[in-house]
Design a protein around this ligand. Sequence first.
Ligand code: COI
Length: 363
Amino acid sequence: MHKFAVLKNIQPQPELVRENIKKNPGFGLYFTDHMAHVRYTIDDGWQAHQVKPYAPLQLDPAAAVFHYAQEIFEGLKAYRHADGSVWTFRPDRNAARINRSAERLALPQLPEEDFIESLRALVRVDQEWVPTPGEDADESSLYLRPFMIASERFLGVRASHEVDYYVIACPAGPYFAGGIKPVSIWLSQSLKRAGHGGTGFAKCGGNYAASLVAQNEAAAQGCQQVLFTDADENKYIEELGGMNLMLVTRDGRLLTPELSDSILDGVTRRSLLDLAPQLGLEPEERRITIDEWREGAANGDIVEAFACGTAAVITPIGRIVGPDFTIDHGEEPGERAMEFRKTLLDIQYGRVEDTNNWLVRLA
Ligand code: COI
């Protein structure tokens, strides 16, 4: 007996429409026929585990999420292997992270097995939506978006007594329209996404809301992403608008900002640090100043930079644009970035043995 009851969509998208979407899905544009849902109340806990037709939600205008932003989310992907089976990558880390986010946002803890079963239940029903990748560089997948919202109708400022958890899914190609072409990054000067004691480590919508004006500034400068520095001293690099950041040194180190309460503990970030020795690189997590990066790029000590995240996989960084300086890493994707990309995708798509036991079968 599956924990999630299935209520089938009697009007699924026609096969032709679905197949066309899968050929050119973009990112976050088209959604599958179903969604997973679990309801929470303070008296009864989590209940009514269900997969049901994808549809707009009915929420009271006074639902807490609209007013005080009690919302968290996750991002994972489902990968189709050559034998047709469908897998996801390290979902235990997302399950643990959604609970760290929940704790910070005063939302209830979701049992890890419910989190993973919600992914499995949805993908089982919508498995025809999982794209089949073409050549090895193809990163087509089904992006899974679990999220939790405060749905109680109450305008007092306190933690909601009613919460809803959903998982929706969309076929996904590359997050950046240009594919794996190096991206330009705007260094945000005065705008911050997170400070100490705040919610930076949590995957809550509010952090992303706080990044959007800076993201607009970036776009106005012709850049695809924004880089945030720390709120206290404005000199340590932290993360990008929606992904972590990695540098490669000439002497063989993989450098990334160490975790703090203002940096998201990315699953791709962690995995690249874990994989680094296999690629002959020594992982190093510590505080890194923008000046160190600037000087290192100029004198050849820092040879590559790339962004990493579930959505973005690994995207080389070509340029950092500051208010009065530019860091230039060139127009071509870095060699190490491409090696990491291949190593990671080969594991995720089952083209090499999963020696770390990172994959979990969904369908
Ligand atoms: C991810 O899933 O990688 C995210 O962080 C979410 C968003 C940037 C698309």
